[in-house]
Write a new protein. Structure first.
Length: 457
């Protein structure tokens, strides 16, 4: 039995790596794609189409995974993702590429919650922290490896092969999952659950997320306009409608039992703030290196993400040890302290002009905090959920994290667009690091006071 469990776990890690690698591969090769296919005006949609679709489908697939099996849905999602990847590689126009990204997004929406839930069902609570830590390391390593591998393949051959090399990785994952079909996944089948699924709630939540992300994106790039206002109004109206609908529905997307738990509610807030900080740092660091730093880091800005990756990996391992010996609360607070301290130091040193010499070390410090925080948030949410709600819990946390990134990146873009005077963006980047510091401080404050007298196990 243990052999089947390890086989399934490795299959999940490989499939997750393929999914995460694709997200950064596209960022590396998209300039070459638009140069060949045209459609520069649709550049942003290649990213946002995937993010939006993968986010809004998470609630549906989370529920389906808990009903029909985490392993089965993971396999189906990865097959859809693989088909979308092939479709992207064969694209002959930017519109076709976006269609392929939409297909990828549907598959990713199923893979993300099913992967986390599958790990939780394969391992006992005492071993779950270590398993999720390695899962987090795999995600970050794949994110950083994406530009290196994809960019190298695109330069040696063509951009199409940057998509094609992902396909055999997906197929290997599917094979391992199939070979581990006897690993004893613990699920509860519910034959009539599909009929009672809250489709209207999923639709309302999806529209609200799409409108929020698009409104903030337009605000960051074009400022206030009638269309931006319409997006925000639509987001507010559909969010309000969603909340009212969920209160009355017998089987809401986010189970009322989970929301009523202090630990799970806090995990949602922390996931949103953590996603805002994590995705914001990943998005801003390469631009910061090019605009402000000097020397090798300026000419090779992607290198600046390596200490972040190392820090996140090490932080995940440290977070697992902290939770095993103390409580989830201690791990959450430790993660926020490290992130906030690193960002404050980065902010101060950027103002003083000393950041160039210490950039890598400070980023490593921040990465440690993000690693601890990411693991402790998802583990806390999983511990708060029941055995038949693991995918829903993991999916909602992933949705909150994506939403935080969708909100944070456009806000940071607004700060970067302030003014045009030299020196190049030092003041502009100072505002971005100040915003990230405040966001992390809010996360620490909420966690400290909300759970101050509550013992979390």
């Amino acid at each position: 039995m243990r052999k089947f469990i390890i086989t399934a776990y490795i299959g999940v890690l490989i499939g997750t790596a393929a999914n995460m690698m694709m997200q950064t591969v596209i960022a590396t090769i998209l300039p070459s794609i638009t140069e060949e296919l045209g459609g520069l005006h649709l550049y942003g949609w290649v990213f946002s189409s995937f993010l939006i679709i993968s986010t809004v489908t998470i609630p549906f697939f989370s529920k389906m995974a808990d009903i029909y099996g985490h392993k089965q849905l993971f396999s189906i999602g990865l097959m859809v993702f693989t088909a979308g990847t092939l479709f992207c590689g064969m694209a002959e126009s930017i519109e076709t590429l976006i269609a392929g990204r939409v297909i990828q997004g549907v598959g990713a929406g199923a893979v993300a919650p099913a992967a986390i839930a599958l790990i939780s069902t394969l391992f006992t609570r005492s071993n779950r922290g270590k398993a999720l830590a390695l899962y987090g390391i795999t995600q970050m390593t794949a994110n950083i490896a994406g530009p290196l591998v994809g960019g190298g393949v695109a330069r040696l051959y063509s951009w199409e092969w940057a998509f094609y090399i992902i396909v055999p990785v997906c197929l290997l994952s599917l094979l391992l999952i199939y070979l581990s079909r006897h690993s004893g996944e613990r699920i509860q089948k519910q034959g009539s659950a599909l009929k009672s699924f809250d489709f209207l709630g999923a639709l309302l939540l999806g529209i609200s997320v799409i409108a929020t992300v698009q409104g903030l994106t337009r605000l960051g790039h074009t400022g206030w306009s009638l269309l931006t206002f319409v997006f925000f109004v639509s987001s507010f109206v559909t969010a309000f409608w969603f909340i009212q609908h969920e209160r009355k529905h017998p089987a809401p997307i986010i189970p009322k039992r989970l929301i009523s738990k202090r630990l799970f509610s806090l995990s949602l807030i922390n996931a949103c703030l953590g996603g805002m900080v994590m995705y914001g740092i990943i998005a801003i660091l390469p631009l910061f290196a090019v605009s402000v730093l000097e020397g090798p880091l300026q000419t090779n800005p992607g290198v600046l993400l390596i200490p972040l990756m190392v820090g996140v990996g090490g932080g995940s391992l440290i977070g697992g040890m902290i939770m095993k010996k103390t409580t989830d609360r201690t791990a959450i607070l430790s993660g926020w302290i490290l992130v906030n301290a690193g960002l404050v130091i980065f902010f101060v040193m950027n103002v003083s002009g000393m950041v160039n010499s210490w950039a890598a070390l400070i980023i490593l410090f921040i990465g440690l905090g993000i690693g601890i925080l990411s693991l402790s948030i998802i583990t806390s949410a999983q511990n708060a959920a029941g055995e038949n709600e693991q995918a829903v819990a993991g999916g909602v946390i992933q949705l909150a994290r994506n939403l935080g990134g969708g909100i944070g990146i456009p806000v940071l873009t607004v700060f970067l667009s302030l003014g045009s005077s030299e020196p190049a963006g030092i003041n502009h980047f100072t505002f971005t690091f100040l915003f990230l510091s405040i966001s992390s401080f809010i996360g620490f404050t909420i966690s400290f006071f909300w759970l101050r007298s509550h013992d979390i196990i």
